[in-house]
Design a protein around this ligand. Structure first.
Ligand SMILES: *[C@@H]1O[C@H](CO)[C@@H](O)[C@H](O)[C@H]1NC(C)=O
Length: 472
C-alpha cells in the first residue's frame, strides 16, 4: 500500500465499509478544525497544506466544508498558542452551531471520514475531552512534580494524534477562562496544563482515550484503524545547512570547567566546526573566552548579550545561524542542521522549545535556554539594534530575549524536538515518535549514556575535530 495516497486509502475504506448512500449522523460542517499553526513562514505553509487536505477530503466526501482555522492567524495575541485564552473566541463563533472542536498539529494526517465515524460514537450534548493519552513514568519538574505518589495516574493528550473538545465543554471552559485566571504564570508543557485545567481536580472530565487517534506513521502496521496518523518525524526540507553555517556558543563558568565541559568534549563538540566556550575565566586548555562579564548563579543575561555582540562582530566568522547552549545541554548538531534546512535565514528566526510567561494576561513567549536557543543572523541583528537590554546581569537570559522579541513582534518558533529537561522527564510514548535534537541537565543521569542513546546517529564521525576550529 506504500504507493497509495491518503485519498486512495479513504476511497478504499469508503467502498468497503460505508453503505451506498453515505450517512453520518454527524456532519462534517459541525466539526471545527483548529490547526496549531505557527507564524514563521515555513510553519504557516505546512499548516496551509494541512488545511487544503482537510478541505479536499470534505469535497470528495460530498459534504459542506468544515471551518479549518489556523491558530496563528486568529488574532494578534501572541499567547493564542496556549489555546485556553482562545476559548471565548471559539465559543462565540461556534458555541451554538457546531458539535466538536478538533485540534491538530501541522504534521497530523487526518482521515476525515474515519474521524467523523469516531466522533459519532460520543454523545455531542455531553462534555468530552478526547485524545491519545500520555502519562508520566516518574514525577517530573516540567509538570511541577504533579501526582508524585502515582505519576502514571494522570492522562494528558499527545497533541500530534489530535485531540477534541465537545462544544458543551468549550462553552463551559469559556466561562471558567473568563472568571478564573490560570494558577501558574508559566506555560511549560501545554498538553499537561490543559488537561489539568479541564480536569479541575475531578470537577471536569478526564481525557477519554480514543484508540483511533494515533501517532503511527501512515504506512505502519496497525495504522489501518487510525483516524489520525503522523505525517513525518523530522520535517524533510531538502539539504541540511552546512556546518560552516552554524556558530555554536556554549555558556559555562569556572566552576564547571572540570566536570561539564569534558562531557561536551566527549559527546557533541566534535560535530561542530565553529564553537566557542564562554566563561568568566579564560582557560587556555579548553579554551574558554572570558567575556568580561562576572559569573552569576542564576540567569545569564549579561553573558548572553555579550555573546550576541561578539557573534555579529568581526571576532568570529559570519554565519547564518547562532546556537546558544548551556554547558550541560546535550545536542545533536547533524539533526539541528537538517531541521534548519526548513527555515529561511533571511527572516528573523528564533527556534527552540517554547515556554510562555503570563500568556493569559498579555505576557510573552520565549525559547527556554537549556534546550538550546537558535537564532538566525537577522534575528540577532534585530535584537541588538532594538536596544533591548538586560535589566541586570543575572536576569534570566531566555526570558529577557523573549520580552525583546515580543516587543519586536518577531515570533518565537517552537520545535518539540528541543528539550529543557532530561529524557526521563518526558512521557516515553511522546518521545517514541520523535527524533530528538536536544536534552538538558545532568542530574541523576549519565549524560554520556543519554547522548549515545538519544542523540547519536549511527555512522556519525567520531574522528578528530576539524582543523578549521583551530583557526578560530
Ligand atoms: C457557525 O458560525 C460561524 C460563525 O458565524 C460560521 O463561520 C460557521 O460556518 C457556522 N457553522 C455552521 C455549521 O453553520
Amino acid at each position: 500500500s506504500a504507493h497509495f495516497s491518503p485519498y486512495d486509502h479513504m476511497n478504499l475504506y469508503l467502498q468497503k465499509y460505508v453503505p451506498f448512500n453515505l450517512q453520518f449522523t454527524l456532519y462534517l460542517k459541525e466539526v471545527v478544525f483548529v490547526i496549531q499553526s505557527q507564524r514563521n513562514s515555513f510553519h504557516a505553509q505546512q499548516a496551509e497544506i494541512r488545511r487544503t487536505s482537510l478541505l479536499e477530503q470534505a469535497e470528495s466526501l460530498g459534504q459542506s466544508p468544515p471551518a479549518v482555522l489556523l491558530l496563528h492567524s486568529l488574532s494578534d495575541n501572541e499567547g493564542d498558542w496556549s489555546i485556553l485564552p482562545l476559548m471565548p473566541h471559539l465559543s462565540s463563533l461556534f458555541g451554538k452551531n457546531s458539535s466538536w472542536i478538533v485540534f491538530l498539529e501541522e504534521e497530523t494526517s487526518v482521515q476525515v471520514a474515519k474521524l467523523l465515524q469516531v466522533l459519532d460514537h460520543f454523545d455531542r450534548r455531553k462534555e468530552w475531552f478526547l485524545g491519545k493519552p500520555l502519562h508520566d513514568e516518574e514525577s517530573t519538574i516540567i509538570h511541577h512534580y504533579a501526582f508524585a505518589e502515582n505519576p502514571s495516574i494522570f492522562k494528558y493528550p499527545d497533541f500530534t494524534a489530535s485531540w477534541a473538545l465537545s462544544i458543551p465543554l468549550v462553552n463551559r471552559l469559556t466561562n471558567k477562562v473568563k472568571n478564573e485566571p490560570l494558577k501558574s504564570d508559566f506555560t511549560i508543557d501545554l498538553k499537561h496544563e490543559i488537561a489539568l485545567y479541564i480536569w479541575e481536580n475531578g470537577r471536569g472530565p478526564q481525557l477519554t482515550a480514543v484508540p483511533e487517534l494515533c501517532t503511527l506513521p501512515q504506512d505502519a502496521p496497525g495504522a489501518e484503524r487510525c483516524a489520525t496518523t503522523l505525517g513525518r518525524h523530522l520535517p524533510s526540507c531538502g539539504k541540511p545547512v552546512q556546518k560552516e553555517d552554524v556558530f555554536v556558543a556554549v555558556k559555562t563558568c569556572r566552576k564547571f570547567h572540570a566536570d561539564r565541559v569534558p562531557v561536551v568534549k566527549r559527546t557533541w563538540e566534535k560535530q561542530a566546526l565553529l564553537l566557542e566556550y564562554y566563561s568568566d575565566f579564560a582557560d587556555p586548555t579548553i579554551p574558554t573566552v572570558n567575556l568580561g562579564v562576572p559569573n552569576t548563579d542564576r540567569g545569564h543575561c549579561g553573558k548572553t548579550f555579550a555573546i550576541l555582540e561578539r557573534y555579529v562582530s568581526d571576532a568570529v566568522p559570519k554565519t547564518n545561524w547562532l546556537l546558544i547552549v548551556d554547558d550541560d545541554t546535550l545536542i545533536s548538531l547533524p539533526r539541528l542542521q537538517a531541521l534548519l534546512g526548513c527555515y529561511d535565514p533571511k527572516e528573523p528566526v528564533c527556534l527552540g522549545e517554547r515556554y510562555g510567561y503570563g500568556l493569559s494576561q498579555g505576557g510573552y513567549s520565549y525559547i527556554t535556554g537549556g534546550g538550546g536557543m537558535v537564532f538566525s543572523h537577522e534575528a540577532v541583528l534585530r535584537i541588538l539594534r532594538s536596544g533591548c537590554k538586560c535589566y541586570s546581569n543575572d536576569a534570566p537570559d531566555d526570558m529577557v530575549l523573549g520580552m525583546c522579541l515580543n516587543a519586536l513582534k518577531v515570533p518565537v518558533t517552537h520545535s518539540p524536538l528541543f528539550h529543557q529537561a532530561r529524557p526521563e522527564d518526558y512521557s516515553r510514548d511522546f518521545l517514541s515518535h520523535q527524533i530528538p535534537i536536544s536534552f538538558h541537565k545532568h542530574w541523576n543521569i549519565d549524560p554520556i549514556a543519554v547522548f549515545h542513546k538519544w542523540l547519536r546517529d549511527d555512522g556519525e564521525s567520531t574522528g578528530p575535530q576539524n582543523d578549521f576550529k583551530e583557526e578560530l
